[in-house]
Design a protein around this ligand. Structure first.
Ligand code: NAD
Length: 272
């Protein structure tokens, strides 16, 4: 496989997770020309390089945790090679998603705003809770991430908020509330709020709150190591190779039942 962004937090975690595994081989690692690790060894016989065409040609599948611009540029190149892809970059806009859809016409791609088993299970639980409790219970999603994270809300928070909307059978874009500031009046009935906290080195924490009259349900997930995303991404990569062209998510990879969630994974319309 070809790992993008070996100098980055997730690229490094993917390389670490692949170490010592007999079912995956790192064939290439590609980063931006201004990345600090260019030329440095990242795996047996592999140094971080800048030429994406060579990296794609040498591999069956690439793993992408970079930036929306990086994801778009590499997906355009990958379509020419019909290369399978695992894409975890968040903050993708509509134009980025359209490029991924083009790639999915010619290759199997797995796109997920979160590659952990726990979060993908949480999505189903949230959907179930939202359906059972209805819009009378105020739903809020709160996410916390490290200070270097660029996009907000997190891709995972958006997936959770979409799961609430799907459970209620409502259009998320009509009920979402991503910011509150100033004299905005009381909370609107049926609103789904998403709030972001940034600080320190927090890898990722998400809580879905359901506020009833005199009771409150909280469903939380806390990631304490990036290894969970990396292991999930490697599982997605080995699963993707050999699948027919198409766009898949972690529910497909994990064999979890569908119908619980149908969010636009990784979409972030609020910008960087
Ligand atoms: P980071 O800034 O530490 O690393 C990004 C890496 O991508 C850097 O090495 C950078 O040089 C490289 N890069 C940027 N543009 C590139 C390009 N055009 N070609 C090749 N390489 C390029 O960021 P991070 O913390 O590793 O996160 C990366 C992305 O992954 C973010 O969008 C983050 O939200 C997302 N993420 C997703 C999951 C998930 O489970 N889906 C989990 C963690 C992080």
């Amino acid at each position: 496989m070809c790992v993008l962004g070996p100098s980055g937090r997730m690229g490094r975690a993917v390389l670490d997770a692949a170490l010592g595994r007999s079912d995956v081989e790192i064939a290439a690692a590609v980063d931006r020309s201004d990345a600090h690790g260019i030329g440095a060894p990242v795996a047996a016989g592999v140094v971080a390089a800048t030429d994406i065409a060579t990296g794609l040609a040498a591999s069956d599948v690439y793993i992408d945790f970079t930036s929306p611009a990086g994801t778009r540029a590499v997906a355009e190149a990958a379509a020419r090679y019909r290369r399978a892809a695992v894409i975890g970059t968040t903050g993708l806009g509509a134009a980025d998603q359209a490029v991924l859809d083009q790639l999915a016409r010619v290759a199997p791609i797995v796109v997920a705003g979160n590659f952990s088993l726990g979060v993908n299970l949480l999505l189903g639980l949230v959907h179930q809770a939202a359906r059972a409790l209805g819009p009378e219970w105020d739903a809020e999603v709160v996410e916390t991430h490290h200070r270097a994270k660029r996009d907000a809300p997190s891709g995972t928070a958006l997936m959770i908020a979409h799961a609430v909307a799907a459970g209620r059978g409502v259009d998320y874009d009509r009920v979402k509330r991503h910011t509150r500031d100033g004299d905005i009046g009381p909370r609107a009935p049926g609103e789904i709020g998403v709030s972001s906290i940034r600080g320190g080195d927090v890898i990722g924490e998400h809580t879905a709150y359901f506020f009833g009259g005199a009771e409150r349900l909280e469903i939380s997930h806390r990631a304490t190591s990036r290894a969970i995303f990396a292991v999930g991404a490697l599982r997605a990569a080995t699963w993707a190779v050999g699948q027919p062209p198409g766009r898949y998510d972690m529910l497909d990879v994990l064999g979890l039942s569908r119908g619980a969630v149908s969010p636009p994974v990784g979409v972030n319309t609020s910008g960087q």
